[in-house]
Ligand binder design. Structure first.
Ligand code: 13P
Length: 288
């Protein structure tokens, strides 16, 4: 059964590790992430962007697939199904469809409107036993065609949004989605520290997990990050393994064109990337 992300993240924050949010795109992605989590006894969050939701034909399909797969695979570790960077309407649709967690990305609204909409969504999610993530300070990079620059959040705004009753808070600390450019200045630990000082036990979320060096990830965890989002890195692993399969001409040998064979190396590669991240984040064995 899907669970809210609250309990697993409160435990992670108190235990000084982070739970990975791995974005899913299709059945193979979902299977790879769930199998990795079960094998390594790690809690996990499946992230679904609005674009990925549409790609999978809608949120109800996603909920049906994930619930069915958890049952058939005998998944025992805590799993949250979370809307990533949701609009106000997207959050409502996912709450209806049976997600267990949503992110309301109100960072592009003026702070007053972000507060009003977040307050309403906090009340609805609380009533349903779901968790909710909010974002302050836009997180740059490209996601679903929306490009922004890596900004640093205002710690006071973070405190104001945290006080609305959200379960986890994404604060921009110079992180961006996708690959980091060569001239990236790194994470702003000064901002992260200031945010944690004001928000206390609130689990903080680090978006744009792809390509952040291991030492920065570890430091971010010591400063209160309890959820780390990874998307692009699984896509790169999948594409690389699939390319190798095709370039080696394996699709031309026997029944190598069968999708169950053709997609297998990419699926295994996603699983390996997820396990590597779980090791780095320290979540392995935390669901035992
Ligand atoms: P990356 O694609 O950079 O790993 O970012 C993922 C993310 O933050 C999803 O919200």
């Amino acid at each position: 059964m899907l669970v809210s992300a609250k309990e697993m993240l409160d435990k992670a924050k108190a235990g000084h590790y982070a739970v990975g949010q791995f974005n899913i795109n299709n059945l193979e992605w979902t299977k790879a992430v769930l199998q990795a989590a079960e094998e390594k006894k790690s809690p996990v969050i499946l992230g679904v962007s609005e674009g990925a939701g549409k790609y999978m034909t809608g949120y109800k399909t996603v909920v049906g697939m994930v619930n069915g797969m958890m049952e058939e695979l005998g998944i025992t570790v805590p799993v949250a199904l979370h809307l990533d960077h949701g609009s106000y309407e997207g959050c409502k649709a996912c709450i209806e469809a049976g997600f267990s967690s949503v992110m309301f990305d109100g960072s592009h609204y003026p702070i007053e409107e972000n507060v009003a909409k977040t307050t309403e969504l906090v009340a609805i999610t609380k009533e349903k036993g779901m968790s909710i993530e909010a974002e302050v300070g836009s997180i740059g990079g490209e996601e679903d065609g929306v490009v922004g620059k890596g900004e640093c959040a205002d710690p006071k705004e973070c405190k104001a949004i945290a006080d609305l009753g959200v379960d986890m808070l994404a604060a921009g600390i110079g992180n961006i989605h996708g690959k980091y450019p060569a001239n990236w200045e790194g994470l702003s630990f000064e901002t992260l520290d200031a945010v944690q000082q004001l928000t206390g036990t609130m689990p903080l979320v680090l978006h744009g997990g792809t390509g952040i060096p291991a030492d920065m990830i570890k430091k971010a965890i010591t400063l209160g990050v309890a959820k780390i989002n990874v998307n692009t890195e699984c896509q790169l692993s999948f594409a690389d393994a699939t390319r190798k399969y095709i370039e080696a001409g394996k699709d031309l040998e026997g029944k190598g064109f069968d999708p169950r064979k053709l997609l297998a190396p990419g699926t295994e590669a996603i699983k390996a990337t997820v396990i590597e991240k779980m090791e780095l984040f320290g979540s392995i064995g935390k669901a035992e």
